[in-house]
Write a protein that binds this ligand. Structure first.
Ligand SMILES: Cc1cc2nc3c(=O)[nH]c(=O)nc-3n(C[C@H](O)[C@H](O)[C@H](O)COP(=O)(O)OP(=O)(O)OC[C@H]3O[C@@H](n4cnc5c(N)ncnc54)[C@H](O)[C@@H]3O)c2cc1C
Length: 399
């Protein structure tokens, strides 16, 4: 009897478990481990951070989404993988052994050691950090009436990558609502971004639409701004001429970068920013029984000769292939090479606007505005279906 241990019940891990439940021989032991009892749709975290969606609408109980006759869910926090001895240690559970291991432990925020970032900025990694962003914004706005400090009505977002832009989009609505709720002057949102052209994954027309929409909605978008230091009351940066400035605000949100889980480095995997370069079969050469998928893996796109960008879409596709290759290994069959065809890239700009570059039948179909926000909702519903069950998606008001 083979024992498969899956670490992480995010998009990658839960999808692997679901596929294994269908394909693995009936005597296989499949254990799925996560530190939380609920699966969180991380691609909607920015909505919790801006207070525009509830936690309940984007999370579900892991056990309710899997076939518990075939997959055993264990709530535990992984601390280390010992790939030579095929064991995994936890901070709150006894050590476990495995025959096959799937590592899908996801991302964490990365601040590149920037001075002050740890102390004074808020990261977006999971539900607690997302909730903390919203509660900080609201608490600062609420205290303005007493403090009269304009910084309490100033939100700074560091980074205008995908996550930063999606938060900015949501904040357009949030700031209006909070301004009315607390009867305060205008709440200012400033975003600092080092690049001069944001959203490079989109063509110029779509990226410009996003920039114009954000600016027209009152967001102060500072591009070419090289952040040097985060302070308690603001951000120090150099402009593109090298001149230093400070922009002040009581809420500072950090969305500049992400890395894979620290368990990767703790476990001695050969990795860059906690992402392990995997083979075409999604395992690692030194230990072929170890599969690494989702945001902790770097799997090579043969076309661009660079690792695929980490997305939920990619994590789900990798989960399928990792499961199939483990079953092939158990049964003595041929493994399958991982090939990936992205369905495109979509960024929301609040609840009713967005930009989308879809790839259908090899052709790019681009859209922006209201239609793109529907495409985004469709893509989120699709992901929820792929990692849960129809009745869960319906109960969450999806589809
Ligand atoms: C704001 C935002 C918007 C996004 N939008 C999109 C989008 O539109 N489309 C898209 O495809 N992607 C999007 N992404 C990216 C996508 O969310 C990630 O690529 C995806 O979550 C990666 O899936 P994963 O399964 O590798 O990791 P995760 O979803 O991060 O899951 C990792 C799991 O591991 C668990 N875990 C972590 N550490 C431990 C530990 N030590 N012990 C036990 N369990 C642990 C966590 O609880 C979690 O359940 C977005 C991300 C963000 C933040």
């Amino acid at each position: 009897m083979a024992h498969i241990l899956i670490l992480g019940a995010g998009y990658a891990g839960i999808r692997t478990a679901k596929r294994l439940a269908k394909l693995a021989p009936s005597d296989t032991q499949i254990d799925l481990v996560d530190k939380n009892p609920i699966h969180v749709e991380k691609m909607s975290l920015h909505e919790i951070a801006a207070g525009t969606s509830s936690v309940d609408s984007m999370s579900f109980n892991i056990k309710s989404a899997i076939d518990t006759n075939k997959v055993n869910f264990i709530q535990a926090t992984v601390t280390k993988v010992d790939k030579d001895n095929k064991t995994v240690t936890f901070s709150d559970h006894e050590e476990m052994t495995y025959d096959y291991l799937v590592v899908g432990l996801g991302f964490r925020s990365e601040n590149f050691g920037l001075p002050g970032a740890d102390e004074y900025s808020l990261v977006l990694e999971d539900i607690p950090t997302a909730k903390k962003i919203y509660s900080t914004i609201e608490a600062n706005v609420a205290k303005y009436k007493e403090s009269n400090d304009p910084n309490d009505l100033s939100i700074l977002v560091c980074g205008a990558g995908f996550t930063g832009v999606e938060i900015l989009g949501e904040l357009i609505d949030t700031t209006k609502k909070l301004q009315a709720k607390y009867d305060v002057p205008e709440i200012k949102v400033t975003c600092l971004e080092m690049a001069t052209r944001i959203l490079p994954m989109f063509d110029e027309d779509l990226a410009n639409y996003a920039v114009d929409y954000l600016k027209d909605s009152g967001i102060n978008l500072l591009t070419g701004a090289k952040i040097k230091q985060i302070e308690k009351d603001g951000v120090l940066y150099d402009d593109d001429q090298g001149t230093e400035h400070k922009v002040t605000g009581s809420t500072i949100v950090w969305t500049v970068g992400v890395s894979g889980s620290d368990v990767i480095t703790e476990s001695g995997f050969d990795a860059k920013r906690n992402r392990v370069m995997v083979t075409d079969y999604l395992n690692i050469e030194s230990n072929p029984e170890v599969y690494i998928i989702g945001d902790v893996s770097a799997s090579m796109d043969p076309e661009s000769e660079r690792p695929y960008p980490t997305t939920a879409q990619l994590a789900i596709a990798q989960g399928d292939v990792a499961a199939e290759n483990i079953v092939a290994a158990i049964k003595g069959g041929e493994p399958e090479k991982f090939t990936y065809h992205s369905l495109g890239t979509i960024a929301s700009l609040g609840q009713h606007k967005g930009i989308a570059d879809m790839i259908i039948g090899g052709k790019h179909i681009k859209t922006k505005g209201y239609l793109a926000s529907h495409v985004k909702n469709f893509s989120k519903d699709k992901s929820i279906l792929e990692v849960s069950k129809l009745k869960i998606a319906l109960a969450k008001g999806k589809l």
